[in-house]
Design a protein around this ligand. Structure first.
Ligand code: FAD
Ligand code: NAP
Length: 461
């Protein structure tokens, strides 16, 4: 029996998972349960991805629940974690460096770190922000936590999904910006945010202004059979219940049927407005509601513009990206399984399937759903990774030998990597800080502070 275990260890397959957000962590869990050795590399010192640095700051209980699950996964001896390691063309470690080590499979679960741009003039003006940067900022993720995002008194958010609601929540209750405006390219009934999330800011809705806005677009809503009165009632249904004991003075409203065309800036390149094209709506054959630009524009006076229109993948990672901002995937069914085709990567530069390289979570489909969806996607993709691993013969080098090569690479490139044990030490320091300051949680804003705290704690325990 003992001999058999040793033999299994010698032949243990080694899988690299790049990105320790929910998709990567749940994938690592399935791989470890199947007896594979897993190396998790993560850009951030802490694992969790958007579950740690995206989910809104007031949802600490939810985050703590997820952290517990992640800790349990990482307790597996089959999983090694290396945080503070960014993989990319311009980083100290490239994908090619890692491929050269000879992992049996590589899983990309780096989320959607690219910035989706609309491509309008003035998008680079001072005071224009992208939602992810703000979300990372208020969730204390370096380097965004270290940057300043000055705000004026009228902030427009482009897009009406749940990310818009999170940003509006931050602007309303934490920043108390006087006026917040959500700009939708389609109508109120095509909003993407959920009723549950809007409750956080609904009490700040400027119902008079919203009513006027619906009157402005009444003919267009009625042209596709939508009722303005029921739309209004539905839109403001949560607006009479204060969600917070101390309501903020912020006024929140909407502008519908407007597509951004140009950011208007002053002589100092600071935002002073946004030119938008007015849209009409029509019903497509499948019943969905589409927009058509009317060619007329209007300028909305503003101090800031925040794009909350979803994200794209990171082109710097070293994989080919298609015109929709997604990593290119193998369109041919893998293993004759028609559902598996879009988990395997495809290199369009060389027109080849990237054998043994898979993609899951928001790296596979950017900005797609909640943690539960990323988990499911990670686990589904892992099934195909496992079936690929079954087709392999024994690698020339053992898992340990290849892990040694990885560690040597870290040394060669002067990387300060953080282990799962180090994260436990960091969490201890942060929870002590929280207690001292009587806060629900405390997070360091700088990587150096986190690394120092880990080192101090190592000496103490
Ligand atoms: C603002 C916001 C709020 C949200 N709120 C909720 C919520 O309340 N409830 C809910 O269920 N879902 C919420 N979600 C959705 C949820 O966070 C995502 O579904 C989920 O986190 C996606 O998981 P992922 O692992 O694919 O990507 P991510 O969570 O983005 O994880 C990617 C990981 O990859 C790492 N990485 C990135 N680039 C590299 C690189 N080059 N090299 C190495 N590592 C890299 C990152 O450090 C990160 O740890 C929210 C999303 C956003 C944007
Ligand atoms: N608290 C939570 O539970 C929470 C919080 C944040 C995020 N999330 C989840 O994370 C995912 C991503 O959220 P998201 O808000 O980024 O995406 P989303 O739900 O897809 O919403 C994106 C919004 O941006 C608009 N948009 C897209 N491209 C645009 C363009 N070029 N010009 C103008 N508007 C444009 C969309 O309008 P159209 O509809 O017209 O395309 C839509 O209103 C979602 O699944 C969301 O539920 C959950």
């Amino acid at each position: 029996m003992k001999g058999r275990i040793v033999l299994e260890n010698i032949n243990q397959q080694l899988v690299l998972v790049i990105g320790a957000g929910p998709a990567g962590l749940y994938s690592a869990n399935k791989l470890a349960e199947a007896g594979k050795k897993v190396i998790l590399l993560n850009r951030d010192i802490k694992y969790g991805g958007l579950a740690e640095y995206g989910i809104f700051v007031t949802k600490n209980k939810m985050k703590e629940g997820l952290r517990k699950q992640f800790r349990k996964i990482l307790a597996s001896p089959n999983i090694d974690y290396y945080g503070n390691v960014t993989v990319g063309k311009d980083s100290k470690i490239s994908l090619k460096d890692l491929e050269d080590i000879g992992f049996d499979a590589i899983v990309i679960s780096a989320g959607a770190q690219g910035t989706k741009k609309v491509g309008i003039p003035g998008e680079e003006a001072k005071g224009v922000y992208h939602a992810k940067d703000l979300v990372y900022h208020y969730n204390h993720l370096p380097p965004f936590s270290e940057q300043l995002f000055p705000l004026g008194d009228k902030v427009a958010i482009i897009g009406v999904g749940n990310v818009m609601v999170d940003i509006a929540h931050w602007l309303t209750h934490l920043k108390q910006v006087p006026n917040v405006l959500a700009i939708a390219r389609r109508g109120p009934n095509e909003r993407a945010y959920s009723d549950k999330e809007i409750k956080n800011i609904a009490f700040n809705m400027d119902q008079v202004d919203i009513k006027q806005e619906l009157e402005r677009i009444r003919p267009i809503l009625e042209s596709i059979g939508q009722n303005v009165d029921t739309t209004f009632t539905d839109l403001v249904k949560e607006a009479n219940e204060p969600y917070y004991d101390k309501p903020s003075p912020t006024k929140f409203t909407f502008k519908f049927l407007c597509s951004p065309k140009r950011v208007v800036a002053n002589e100092n390149n600071e935002v002073i407005g946004l030119e938008v094209e007015n849209n009409e709506l029509y019903l497509k054959e499948d019943g969905s509601v589409a927009l058509k630009g009317l060619g007329t524009t209007q300028i909305i006076n503003l101090t800031n513009v925040v794009f909350a229109i979803g994200d794209t993948v990171d082109g710097n990672l070293g994989l080919t990206v298609n015109k929709w901002g997604e990593f290119t995937k193998n369109e041919t069914p893998y293993n004759n399984d028609p559902n598996a085709n879009l988990y395997e990567l495809f290199d369009t530069d060389n027109n080849t399937v990237m054998k043994g390289m898979f993609v899951i979570g928001w790296s596979r489909k950017a900005s797609d759903g909640l943690v539960g969806i990323a988990k499911k996607d990670g686990e589904t993709g892992t099934k195909y990774v496992l079936s690929y691993l079954d087709t392999l013969t024994v690698a020339e080098k053992t898992a340990d030998q290849r892990i040694e090569s990885l560690k040597n690479l870290f040394k060669e490139r002067n990387l300060t990597v953080v282990s799962k044990e180090d994260i436990t030490l960091l969490e201890d320091v942060e929870s002590q800080e929280a207690k001292k300051r009587a806060l629900e949680f405390y997070k360091f804003n700088h990587n150096d502070d986190m690394l120092q705290a880990i080192e101090h704690q190592k000496v103490r325990v």
